[in-house]
Design a protein. Structure first.
Length: 145
C-alpha cells in the first residue's frame, strides 16, 4: 500500500491520503450534514455542495456554454450539456446498442438486463433497480405492509 494513504475509514475499506478527505467521506456513513442553508433549511455533508445549492436561491449561473450561451449553476452541468451538443456517449451497454453520457446512467440501465435490484424498502419486500423508484415507493400515500 502507498505510504501516503494512511487514513482508513472505520466503516469500509477505503483509505485516504489526507484526514480531511476521510472526514468528508465518513459523512456518507454517519449521515452527518453540518452545512445548513439559511434560506430553506436544507443540509449538506460538504460545504461545496451548500455553495452550489445556494445558487438555486440566488439564480447565479456562472458557467456559460460557448456554443449556445445557455448558463449553468455548476461545472458538471455544463460538461454534461456540451456532451449533448457533441452527441458524445462514451459509455456503451454490453447487452444492447444503447450508450450514455454518464457512467452512472449506464450502470443504472444495465440493471434492466441483469435484473439487479439494489434498492430495497426497509418496511416491506419491495426492491427496485433505481433509487428514484424507491423514493417514490417510500413517499406514496399508501403505507407499506
Amino acid at each position: 500500500m502507498d505510504e501516503k494513504l494512511k487514513h482508513p475509514c472505520k466503516f469500509c475499506k477505503k483509505v485516504f491520503e489526507y484526514k480531511s478527505n476521510l472526514d468528508i467521506h465518513s459523512r456518507v456513513h454517519t449521515k452527518l450534514k453540518p452545512y445548513l442553508c439559511k434560506t430553506c433549511g436544507g443540509s449538506f455533508s460538504v460545504k461545496t455542495n451548500l455553495e452550489i445549492h445556494k445558487r438555486l436561491h440566488t439564480g447565479l449561473r456562472p458557467y456559460t456554454c460557448p456554443l449556445c450561451y445557455e448558463t449553468f449553476p455548476q461545472r458538471s452541468a455544463i460538461t454534461y450539456h456540451l456532451a449533448i451538443h457533441k452527441d458524445y456517449r462514451p459509455h456503451k451497454c454490453k447487452f444492447c446498442v444503447k450508450s450514455f453520457i454518464l457512467k452512472n446512467s449506464l450502470e443504472e440501465h444495465t440493471r434492466v438486463h441483469t435484473g439487479e435490484k439494489p434498492y430495497v424498502c426497509g418496511k416491506c419486500n419491495f426492491a427496485c433497480s433505481q433509487k428514484n423508484t424507491l423514493k417514490r415507493h417510500l413517499n406514496r400515500k399508501k403505507p407499506c405492509n
